[in-house]
Design a protein around this ligand. Structure first.
Ligand code: NAD
Length: 499
């Protein structure tokens, strides 16, 4: 049985054993595959102390050398991409190709962080007043923390720590207790890349570890990604404790299909974005808004495609969709099929009947489902289901479809499918959502743009990675300087020389 422990000061934790441990499951078999230590305040203290001790030296390390560590880390992650993907697949359940895809998207942030010498350039203005110059610099904050969700055990931490570290901070990561292994492998690779001990630390666990980080006076900033209630809590508790906080929450992403759209393209996109990673993606399409009269035809095309999806274990390369992360989550997701029907929706495709190819009977399986004629008051619409359930809402026209999207409390991602450039342009301007796709169903921005939603999908002002990420992990200083002219009266700042 595998045992995962904390990574503190450049090595696995060797201090007192954690009083609490959690089980880690293989979702494709339903069996416990390992255990993970749960940090108490004492272990969090040790990690923060290691980070605080490493910070002054790391901060003083040249930009070129910090970038050099990132370049080396990039190569190591590329070499071990398949191993990281297998670890993720074994604990999360997603198919290995999808897991490799999340590592690739995380690597884009590492590549962006390799440009840190350029990203941290300040401005300089000569002669802002007679003989006075002004310039700006950005400096690291100190010890910063990241708290991450189960659904992207490599990519979401990599949204945070490459930039935080490249900016000169020391980092403490608290990954999800459901799939903790990938974060430890990333820590080992950072050490191999030459990162000094203590600059990157990992503490495992749940609420107790999170609360210890939020209360710790030496933690200057917290990046969080997870569900909306916890994001709100982290944002409030962290802010009260005087920390800078960016807390990304849950989502309900709508895809509008206008009548002029290519319906085959739209059906392909809805199935890919709705059921990839079993719908356990914060940018998954969970609501399709079909504008009259395309609803019936679109649902038929989606049902046809869904029936052909191969559901099976993540380590079988023929599988397109894996199991859900836990039995409890699978049961909760499935409960929305019953509540949806009770509240008046039509169950067009029932994932409970979908065949599973390979994998053990006890695996946390649930096939892809489609609920049609969903309306906003239904719980299957209002709640974030976070599983392989696509809800279809019918709308009479563009304005009604836009009202549905803007009426949602969430504002993470959205997409519009149309061949009408004017409609797409208007939607881009009018929709109250942070990330918008035009004929692109999962509009996750590249690393050099910033990722983040609006409304209940983000608490705090700053999105992750891109230039907003650099700003989050640094603080600005404006310097105004006057150097006396050496010809001035009795004072001479020129280098003393014999005349
Ligand atoms: P979660 O909120 O349950 O857990 C996230 C993190 O918070 C984990 O590290 C967990 O240990 C910790 N945590 C859980 N409960 C806590 C509590 N009561 N107090 C303090 N800490 C707590 O989320 P999850 O189930 O791991 O991940 C799925 C959620 O994450 C979904 O809602 C999804 O939309 C969201 N998500 C959002 C984004 C985004 O970019 N907005 C990206 C990925 C996932």
């Amino acid at each position: 049985m595998k045992h995962t422990t904390h990574w503190i000061d450049g090595k696995p934790w060797t201090g007192a054993a954690s009083a609490r441990r959690g089980d880690v499951y293989n979702p494709a078999t339903g069996q416990v595959s390992g255990t993970v230590d749960f940090a108490s305040a004492a272990e969090v203290d040790a990690a923060v102390a290691a980070a605080a001790a490493a910070f002054p030296g790391w901060r003083a390390t040249s930009l070129v050398r910090r970038a050099g560590v990132m370049f080396a880390f990039r190569e190591l992650v590329r070499e071990r991409q398949a191993d990281i993907a297998m670890l993720i697949s074994a604990e999360h359940g997603k198919v290995a190709s999808d897991a490799a895809g999340e590592v690739a998207r995380g690597l884009e942030v590492v590549e962006f962080a390799c440009g840190i010498p350029h990203l941290l350039k300040g401005g300089f203005s000569e002669n802002v007043s007679a003989g006075v110059d002004a310039y700006s610099i950005r400096q690291p904050l100190g010890v910063v923390a990241g708290i991450t969700p189960f659904n992207f055990p490599a990519m979401v931490p990599m949204w945070m720590f490459p930039l935080a570290i490249a900016c000169g901070n020391a980092f403490v990561l608290k990954p999800s207790e459901k799939d903790p292994s990938a974060s430890v492998l990333l820590a080992e690779l950072l050490a191999e890349a030459g990162l000094p001990d203590g600059v990157f630390n990992v503490v495992h666990g749940g609420k107790e570890a999170v609360d210890a980080l939020l209360a710790h006076p030496q933690v200057r900033a917290v990046s969080f990604v997870g569900s909306t209630p916890v994001a709100r809590y982290v944002s409030e508790a962290g802010t009260v404790a005087g920390k800078r906080v960016q807390a990304l929450g849950g989502a309900k992403n709508h895809m509008i299909v206008l009548p002029d759209a290519d319906l085959d393209l739209a059906a392909d996109a809805a199935v890919s974005a709705g059921f990839g990673s079993a719908g356990e993606r914060c940018m998954a399409i969970s609501v399709l808004v079909a504008v009259d009269p395309v609803g019936d035809e679109l649902v038929a095309k989606i049902a046809e495609r869904v029936a052909r999806l191969r559901v099976g274990p993540g380590d079988d390369e023929r599988s397109e969709m894996g199991p859900l992360v836990t039995a409890a989550h699978r049961d909760k997701v499935a409960s929305y099929l019953d509540s949806g029907v009770r509240e008046g929706a039509v169950l067009a495709v029932d994932g409970r009947e979908h065949p599973v190819t390979g994998g053990a009977d006890d695996g946390f399986w649930l096939g892809p489902s489609v609920l049609d004629h969903v309306t906003p008051p239904m719980s299957c619409y209002a709640d974030e289901i976070f599983g392989p359930v696509l809800s279809v809402v019918r709308a009479a026209g563009y304005n009604e479809a836009l009202e549905v999207v803007n009426g949602s409390p969430y504002g993470n991602g959205t997409a519009i499918f149309t061949n009408d450039g004017g409609a797409a342009r208007r939607f881009t301007s009018e929709v109250e959502v942070g990330m918008v796709g035009i004929n692109v169903p999962i509009p996750v921005p590249m690393a050099f743009y910033s990722f983040g939603g609006w409304k209940s999908s983000l608490f705090g002002d700053t999105h992750v990675h891109g230039t907003e990420g650099v700003h989050f992990y640094t603080r600005g200083k404006a310097v105004t300087s006057r150097w006396l002219d050496p010809s001035h009266g009795g004072v001479n700042l020129g280098f003393p020389v014999n005349r």
